[in-house]
Design a protein around this ligand. Structure first.
Ligand code: NAP
Length: 245
């Protein structure tokens, strides 16, 4: 069966300055999609359209969407990828500032970007949310991040209900351990702690996740891939990783 030709379509990728967002933007562009990337570190963007975006700031998000849609000349695909975790500690050590940043980015930011983009997605639409295995099963010392990714999963399925009948497909890609700058951000710049996360395991790469996104968006038009769950071979669950095997 033939797939869906995305060449000539348009896409917004949030968090396109690094890791999964950068890799997916590259893959989309290689397939002939015109991509507008957004991030706070605008100097690191390599997309067709490069614009500053802070998904936690309503004014920034509004400005970004208006400018991106104008420069793209429309919008088909939204990859809601911007996100982060902060800290790895039992919940009784949590604090207001980490909780705010994680919920405002991963949940409020993703919901906001979706709301702002929706009126522009008129045909051949696809919203792909970057979920996580943390949004399916809790692991220890990650309560805030786990909560945020459960919310992403809930939102994905709520959208599926509310947008039924519209020409928009909806997918969540729930990744396991992916080696990106994610852990450097999580450990607030501590590169030694970050490196330990990927030690002794062949982690997924950003390109592996980009492959999943590309697969979902290129299925025949009548197919909606609701969710993709993907982990490294030596990772059974969020908290269970076999090292040096
Ligand atoms: P990464 O390399 O740290 O990239 C995170 C991206 O999010 C960066 O481009 C960053 O850009 C952007 N971002 C963060 N806060 C933002 C904000 N307020 N406004 C706009 N952009 C913002 O990490 P990654 O692994 O690629 O993470 C991408 C997504 O995958 C996240 O949603 C993460 O939760 C999810 N994920 C990661 C893993 C993993 O193991 N790495 C596993 C499953 C899911 P700026 O800092 O330039 O703004």
């Amino acid at each position: 069966m033939s797939g869906f030709d995305i060449s000539g379509k348009t896409a917004i990728v949030t968090g396109a300055s690094s890791g999964i967002g950068a890799a997916t933007a590259r893959a989309l562009m290689a397939a002939g999609v015109k991509v507008a990337g957004g991030a706070r570190r605008v100097d690191r963007l390599e997309t067709d359209v490069r614009l500053e975006l802070d998904v936690t700031d309503p004014a920034s998000a509004e400005r970004f969407v208006a400018e991106a849609v104008e420069q793209l000349g429309g919008l088909n695909i939204l990859f809601n990828n911007a996100g982060l975790a902060l800290g790895r500690y039992p919940f009784d050590e949590s604090n207001e500032s980490d909780e705010d940043a994680v919920f405002n980015t991963n949940v409020n930011g993703l919901v906001r970007m979706t709301r702002l983009c929706l009126p522009h997605i008129r045909e051949y639409g696809h919203i792909v949310n970057m979920g996580s295995v943390a949004g399916r099963q809790a692991y220890e010392s990650g309560a805030t991040y786990v909560t945020s990714k459960f919310a992403v999963r809930g939102f994905t399925y709520a959208l599926r209900e509310d947008l039924l009948g519209r020409p928009i497909r909806i997918t969540t890609v729930d990744g396991g351990l992916v080696e990106t700058e994610f852990s450097i951000v999580r450990f607030k710049g501590d590169t030694e702690k970050a490196a330990a996360v990927y030690k002794g395991i062949d982690a997924l790469t950003a390109e592996d996740i980009a492959d999943c996104v590309m697969w979902a968006v290129t299925r025949p038009w009548h197919v909606n891939v609701d969710e993709i769950v993907v982990k490294a071979r030596n990772q059974a669950s969020g908290g269970r990783i076999l090292r040096d095997a």
